[in-house]
Design a binder for this molecule. Structure first.
Ligand SMILES: NC(=O)c1ccc[n+]([C@@H]2O[C@H](COP(=O)([O-])OP(=O)(O)OC[C@H]3O[C@@H](n4cnc5c(N)ncnc54)[C@H](OP(=O)(O)O)[C@@H]3O)[C@@H](O)[C@H]2O)c1
Length: 286
């Protein structure tokens, strides 16, 4: 990170409810960095100019997060991709160096895996059921397919089945997806036989009383993970708790993906005490 005031931020639409400014401004304060993290709400027709301006050597912007709906389209605006972002074909983090070269990374899937480690859930030989096939699923699924602790099976169901098929087809060009199966009906997910049920859809985000799953199918020996973190307990997680299952919301994933992004911008490991303060701020500020 440079000594002068550097600017970081998140591009997407909408971005108003993002917790990333809280997370990164807390980190900058703890690190003693003269830097600020801002929201950049951008309409699609503003993207070209925004990226053109980033090339200006006087631009104060040295790093970005990318959220819905631009994680795929920004690929055409960066100069290079990390090997993982190239495989997942999705970018949530951009590093801008002193020469104004842009490199795209994706920390969503690695952040999710880091949270699984914290939850002491080992994916090796496990049966995983996934709801959703959006931008977040792309990075998570790529991570699950590349991890050495290979799951026995990964079943995916998405409301728009074709999107799930296309996602698996895209990933198949870069990794072994032989343990992944796209289901046309939620009934074929075999939730009752799963070790991990993962909701990567936005269901529960706007309406906390909305849930795609019949709670009766959830059992006590499974982990139910909802990438939604606002509200902290979606109906899915409520039902899972009632069934005695272990539950987790997406706040941990948000934290880990953010710390990995920060690590890319800083070019160095983030001290544990800084991470602890950021986690505390997130838990409080949600
Ligand atoms: N915890 C974290 O760190 C983290 C990080 C990133 C995102 N997220 C959260 O992840 C969620 C998804 O984000 P995204 O970037 O993947 O969004 P996205 O690309 O827009 O995908 C949305 C997904 O939700 C599904 N969906 C939406 N409404 C639905 C409904 N009424 N019934 C069934 N399926 C529905 C979509 O299905 P169709 O394909 O059929 O439309 C699609 O699979 C959001 O809630 C976001 O806040 C969390």
């Amino acid at each position: 990170m440079t000594a002068e005031k550097s600017t970081y931020g998140i591009i997407g639409y909408p971005v108003e409810h993002s917790l990333s400014p809280l997370m990164h401004n807390t980190a900058f304060k703890e690190l003693g960095a003269d830097a600020v993290y801002k929201l950049f709400p951008l309409q699609a027709d503003e993207l070209d100019q925004f990226f053109k301006d980033l090339k200006d050597k006087n631009s104060p912007i040295f790093g970005l997060n990318v959220t819905v709906p631009y994680k795929e389209i920004v690929i055409e605006h960066v100069d290079a991709l990390s090997p993982f972002a190239k495989k997942a074909m999705s970018v949530n983090t951009i590093v801008i160096d002193e020469g104004r070269n842009l490199t795209g990374f994706n920390t969503d899937g690695p952040g999710f895996l880091a949270h699984l480690v914290e939850l002491q859930f080992n994916t090796k030989g496990k049966r995983i059921a996934i709801l959703g096939a959006g931008g977040t699923t792309r990075s998570i699924l790529a991570s699950l397919c590349l991890i050495p602790e290979r799951p026995e099976s990964i079943k995916i169901y998405n409301r728009t089945v074709e999107k799930a098929k296309q996602l698996v087809k895209d990933l198949s060009a870069h990794m072994d997806v032989s343990n992944v199966e796209v289901e046309s009906s939620i009934d074929d997910l075999n939730i009752e036989l799963s070790d991990l049920l993962l909701n990567t859809t936005s269901v529960g985000l706007k309406d906390p009383d909305d849930c795609l799953v019949d709670g009766e199918l959830i059992h006590a020996d499974m982990l139910v993970y909802d990438v939604v973190y606002q509200p902290a307990e979606t109906l899915l997680l409520k039902l899972a708790k009632q069934q005695g299952a272990k539950t987790a919301n997406g706040l941990g994933m948000l934290f880990y993906q953010g710390m990995l992004s920060l690590q890319h911008w800083a070019g160095q490991e983030i001290p544990q005490d800084v991470k602890d303060q950021v986690r505390k701020a997130l838990e409080k500020g949600r």
